[in-house]
Design a protein around this ligand. Structure first.
Ligand code: PMP
Length: 392
């Protein structure tokens, strides 16, 4: 087989997408107007498919912090912390992220993806067992696979399924790692973390929770779903990203296990990649302060989430019961999902089209998300677009 023969399937998919008036996987955002609007294909669109949950990407203080850091420390670090040095600001952020979660140790990575790969490949080896929710993010699966550990998937959001799997492992269950998320980013449903903690304690295993989509949204202090469900103290590792509610880029892990500091010596995605640039660190630190000091942002995003969820339910869409800023609208037929996405786009609403294999259960989904930056009028426009297409 020639090197490129294996791309024939990808080529066919690309061809089909190119024939569409607008390619949903190759959307070019020519101008970002605000945290909730952009120019795409020459037209103004409402962005109802981002992870900018608190709308912080244009926050004046975050922008100013980034600008200041650019002026003071330059455009990039040009290397990894192990080889080229840690900037003082990296350490400040690590202390601040640990304090934010009320954990003793924090570690920062260059992306959320590399945080997951970096943590899982360092924690696990071929002797270990890892149990992972079947709808976990690709970075979690990739990290588990790359570690060489024995992988056991359990049914999505099913603590009983997890318990059964663990009990079959016998002694190995004691040291096994359980990997779940907080808020799941495609369907917008939440993990039963309390029940997972019960199972973990029953077997003496370890629990890692990816709060990528729940940070800034859940809990009294915006720490995420573990805080919301009152189980933060029972989670061994919280991982997440700066690229969603914090409107920046980067990843992290916080833990009360002192061994977290040793992960630095064992984690290739930490050792062999450039560290986050000064402006990224500065905007992230400022955004963390916003989560702490501006609880009203959470109130706005939740009232917007309520509005979208109740509006779509009233229109008769088959959506999940959990109200969250993310709503996944399932379609059995890929073509119908594609046409729906296209029609929404033509009506000025940009959403995310999620096709197999990215969508759970082999189906297709339109993912719609709202943020604190959306006005009630914009949410009305989004709902009106869904309504008009449904009745056309
Ligand atoms: N974990 C989850 C649950 C995610 O949804 C994502 C990104 N979609 C990541 C990790 C990776 O984060 P990043 O894009 O910041 O690398």
């Amino acid at each position: 087989m020639s090197l490129f023969e294996k791309f024939s399937q990808a080529r066919a998919l690309e061809q089909a997408l190119m024939e569409m008036p607008i390619n949903p996987t190759g959307t070019v955002i020519s101008e970002v107007v605000s945290a909730s609007e952009a120019i795409i294909g020459g037209q103004l669109k409402i962005m109802a498919g981002t992870n900018n949950y608190l709308g912080l990407t244009f926050d004046a203080d975050c922008v100013a912090a980034g600008q200041q850091a650019l002026l003071e420390a330059g455009t990039g670090t040009t290397g990894s912390r192990m080889a080229n040095g840690t900037y003082q600001q990296h350490l400040y952020l690590e202390t601040e992220i640990a304090e934010f979660f009320d954990f003793s140790h924090g570690m920062v990575f260059s992306t959320g993806y590399s945080a997951n790969i970096g943590m899982l490949t360092a924690l696990l080896n071929t002797e270990d067992s890892v149990l992972i929710d079947s709808e976990g993010h690709a970075s979690l699966f990739d990290g588990c696979r790359m570690s060489g550990a024995k992988i056991y998937r359990f049914k999505h959001n099913d603590p009983e399924g997890l318990r059964k799997r663990l009990s079959r492992l016998g002694e190995a269950g004691k040291d096994a790692l359980i990997v779940v998320e907080g808020l799941y980013s495609v369907r917008g449903d939440c993990a039963p973390l309390k029940e997972y903690v019960d199972v973990k304690n029953e077997f003496g295993s370890y629990l890692m929770v990816d709060e990528a989509h729940s940070l800034g949204l859940y809990g009294e202090n915006g720490r995420g779903l573990a805080e919301d469900q009152g189980v933060s103290d029972e989670v061994d590792f919280i991982v997440g990203t700066f690229s969603k509610s914090l409107g920046s880029i980067g990843g992290f892990c916080v833990s009360n296990h002192p061994e977290l500091s040793l992960i630095r010596y064992a984690s290739r995605p930490y050792i062999f990649t450039a560290s986050p640039s000064p402006s990224v660190i500065a905007t992230t630190r400022q955004a963390l302060k916003k989560i702490k000091n501006c609880p009203e942002l959470r109130e706005i995003v939740w009232s917007n989430a309520q509005l979208l969820h109740s509006g779509l339910s009233q229109l008769g869409f088959q959506i999940g019961a959990d109200v969250s800023p993310v709503i996944g609208i399932p379609f059995e037929d890929r073509e119908v999902a594609l046409t729906y996405w296209q029609d929404l786009f033509n009506k000025g609403v940009y959403t995310n089209l999620i096709l197999p294999p990215a969508a759970p259960d082999g189906g297709s989904l339109i993912r719609c998300s709202v943020t604190a930056a959306h006005s009630k009028e914009q949410i009305r426009v989004i709902l009106d677009a869904f309504d008009a297409i449904k009745n056309s």
